[in-house]
Design a protein around this ligand. Structure first.
Ligand code: APR
Length: 246
């Protein structure tokens, strides 16, 4: 897909004015070798999200859910940031990006050097016991699948947000902080199908801000988007950063 130079120039102009944040989804990590959820070959093609990613299903049958979780853990293992993550990190270092609200649990924004990253859907670096609330770092958990709590022997759950669970209040608070005074949001690699993250572009729009979508194909409604950068985020975002002299 050929990048539209005129649209890239317009996007660079909008970003140069500052007070920009990014909202990212699984699409920014596909070029790191991590399939997304809803595209062809995505995780939800093989696992019904209601049976494998809803808190009720985890409580009912944690062994089954851990089959998907251990495959996901293997997929994430050893993956490195790509051009999309690195470009956003350079924008932050240059003071053009105030921070990132990510739906991803892979930690690749931080691995690319991004400092202000809100993990809206948690991350798998820690696990918690739903019975006795014990929290354990991933590295201290035995290889056993499913891993068990060493206090009460219940099955541990990774601290990622399942369907039917609340967004952690710390993530809500940090996102509201970032959204305050945001003039432009760069929405990258998300189908914007999952609430409440999907509301963020509209919040910026309602506050008089602008919305730039960076995706393989349009996901946000025309009434919300001001500019569309169609293409692979791992190519589009570096091109944008280069236009900004980064
Ligand atoms: N560059 C740009 N966009 C891409 C790329 C790429 N290289 N690869 C895929 N995409 C786009 C797809 O076209 C799709 O629109 O990224 C989007 C990924 O959408 P989803 O798979 O729905 O992922 P996401 O939006 O992050 O899902 C949101 O849903 O399943 C839950 O908790 C999970 O955080 C996740 C949430």
């Amino acid at each position: 897909m050929v990048l539209d130079q005129e649209v890239l120039n317009q996007a660079a102009e909008m970003i140069r004015q500052g007070d920009v944040i990014a909202l990212t989804g699984a699409g920014v990590s596909t070029e790191s070798g991590i399939p997304d959820f809803r595209s062809k070959g995505g995780l939800w093609e093989r696992y019904d999200p209601y049976d494998y990613a809803h808190i009720a299903s985890f409580r009912q049958n944690p062994e089954r859910v851990w089959k998907m979780l251990s495959e996901l853990r293997e997929t994430l293992d050893g993956k490195r940031p790509n051009g999309a993550h690195k470009a956003l990190s350079r924008l932050e270092k240059a003071g053009l990006l105030r921070g990132i609200i990510t739906q991803n649990i892979d930690g690749l924004h931080q691995a690319a050097g991004s400092q202000r990253v809100v993990e809206f859907h948690g991350n798998g670096q820690t696990l918690s016991c739903l019975e006795c609330r014990t929290s354990v770092p991933q590295d201290d958990v035995s290889e056993l699948v499913p891993p068990r709590c060493n206090q009460c022997d219940s099955i541990l759950k990774p601290d990622v947000v399942f369907f039917g669970e609340e967004i952690p209040s710390q993530a809500i608070w940090a996102s509201e902080e970032l959204l305050r005074d945001t003039r432009c949001v760069l929405v990258c690699g998300t189908s914007a199908e999952v609430f409440p993250a999907s509301q963020i572009p509209e919040v910026v729009k309602k506050n008089g801000g602008t919305v730039i979508e960076c995706n393989l194909s349009p996901a946000l409604g025309n009434s919300v988007v001001d500019l569309r950068l169609l293409g692979k985020a791992g190519e589009t975002l570096p091109a944008l950063a280069q236009l900004l002299g980064l």
